[in-house]
Design a protein around this ligand. Structure first.
Ligand code: FAD
Length: 290
C-alpha cells in the first residue's frame, strides 16, 4: 500500500472516494459493505471521516484498516483535534500503526455550537498544532483541509490562506479541498495559494448532489455557493429522485472533466457511502482516468 504523497506525486489523474464510519456497531457491516463496493472500483485511495468529538474514531480506523487490509486500497483516516488531548492523539497514532494505516487527514473539526474559539487550556487550538504533533510523533503521511471559498470562521480569504500556509509548512504532505460547485472558484484559489508559496499537491473535493436533502446539508455545512446552472438543475429535477441522481452524477462528472482538462489532476469524490454514485462517476470517467 502506498503513502498518498507518493500516489499524488505521479503526473497523472487520480480518483479517490470518501466514506463515513458507522455510528454504532450494528451499522458496521453495512458501511463495510458499501466501502468494499466502492473499493472494487480500484480508486487511487479512499478516505474515512471521523466525528468532530472523536467518539467514533475507533470505527474510522477499523473501516480504514478494512479498506487497506481486506480490499487492497490505500486508506486515509481522518483525525480531529477539537476535543482531543495529547494522550488521545497518541492512542490514535498507535491504533493507526497497529492497523497498518499510513495516511492521516489532520483536522481541527467544527467548534461546538455557540463557541467562537477554543479555551486557552486545550491541547490543540488549530489543525496546524495537530499536524505539528503528528509530524513529531509518527512517520504518517499527513493531509490537511483547505477551503476554496474561504473557511467560514476566517476574517478574509487572505487570512485563511496565511493560516493554511502555516499549516502546510508545519508538515502537510497534501491538501484536500472543501466541496465547490463552480470550478472557476477553485482555479482562482489554486492561483492564490501557489502565489502564497503553498506547493503541496491539492485534491479537488467534488460532492455529487443526488438529492435535495444533501443539497441543503452541503450548503449548511460548507457555506459554499451553488451557481445558477446548478440551481436550475435542482429546480427542474429536485423532486424526482431518479432524475436528480442522474443529473447530480452528470454535473459532478462535468466538473471533474473540466478540472482534468485544465490540469487539476487529483479528484476526491465525497461519495458518502453510496456505491451507486461512485460507480456512476467512475463509469463516466473510465477512459479519462485509467
Ligand atoms: P484549521 O486549519 O484549524 O482552520 C480552522 C479556522 O481557523 C480557519 O478559519 C483558519 O483560517 C483558522 N486558523 C487556522 N490556523 C490558525 C491559527 N494558527 N491561528 C488562528 N487561526 C487559524 N470535520 C469533521 O468533524 N470530521 C471529518 O472527517 C472532516 N473531514 C473534512 C475533510 C475535508 C477535506 C474538509 C475540507 C473538511 C473536513 N471536516 C471534517 C470539516 C472541518 O473539521 C471543519 O471545516 C473545521 O471547522 C476546520 O477544520 P480545519 O482542519 O480546516 O481547521
Amino acid at each position: 500500500m502506498a503513502k498518498i504523497k507518493d500516489v499524488l506525486s505521479e503526473n497523472r489523474p487520480t480518483l479517490s472516494f470518501e466514506v463515513f464510519p458507522p455510528k454504532s456497531a450494528d451499522l458496521y457491516e453495512s458501511v463495510e459493505k458499501a466501502a468494499g463496493e466502492i473499493a472494487a472500483l480500484n480508486p487511487s485511495f479512499m478516505s474515512v471521516t471521523c466525528g468532530a468529538g472523536g467518539g467514533n474514531r475507533q470505527y474510522t480506523v477499523e473501516i480504514a484498516a478494512d479498506l487497506r487490509n481486506r480490499f487492497n486500497v490505500s486508506s486515509l483516516a481522518h483525525l480531529t483535534c477539537v476535543a482531543a488531548t495529547k494522550e488521545s492523539v497518541d492512542t490514535a497514532i498507535a491504533d493507526m500503526k497497529t492497523h497498518g494505516i499510513e495516511n492521516v487527514l489532520a483536522l481541527r473539526g467544527d467548534l461546538p455550537a455557540g463557541m467562537e474559539a477554543l479555551p486557552e487550556n486545550v491541547a490543540f487550538h488549530h489543525a496546524n498544532e495537530l499536524v505539528e504533533y503528528i509530524r513529531a510523533n509518527s512517520d504518517l503521511c499527513i493531509g490537511g483541509a483547505c477551503y476554496p471559498e474561504g473557511h467560514p470562521e476566517a476574517g478574509s480569504k487572505d487570512e485563511d490562506i496565511k493560516n493554511l500556509k502555516r499549516k502546510v509548512d508545519t508538515g502537510c504532505d497534501f491538501l484536500t479541498t472543501q466541496m465547490f460547485f463552480d470550478n472557476s472558484i477553485l482555479y482562482n484559489y489554486l492561483y492564490r495559494i501557489r502565489e502564497a508559496g503553498i506547493e503541496v499537491p491539492v485534491c479537488a473535493g467534488i460532492m455529487p448532489i443526488t438529492n435535495a436533502k444533501s443539497a441543503k446539508r452541503s450548503v449548511e455545512l460548507s457555506g459554499c455557493v451553488f451557481p445558477a446552472r446548478f440551481r436550475a438543475l435542482m429546480d427542474r429535477f429536485g423532486s424526482d429522485p431518479g432524475a436528480m441522481m442522474q443529473a447530480g452524477i452528470a454535473y459532478a462528472t462535468d466538473q471533474i472533466i473540466d478540472l482534468i482538462a485544465n490540469g487539476v489532476y487529483h479528484i476526491h469524490v465525497y461519495s458518502m457511502n453510496k456505491p451507486e454514485v461512485a460507480r456512476g462517476i467512475a463509469a463516466n470517467l473510465s477512459q479519462i482516468i485509467k
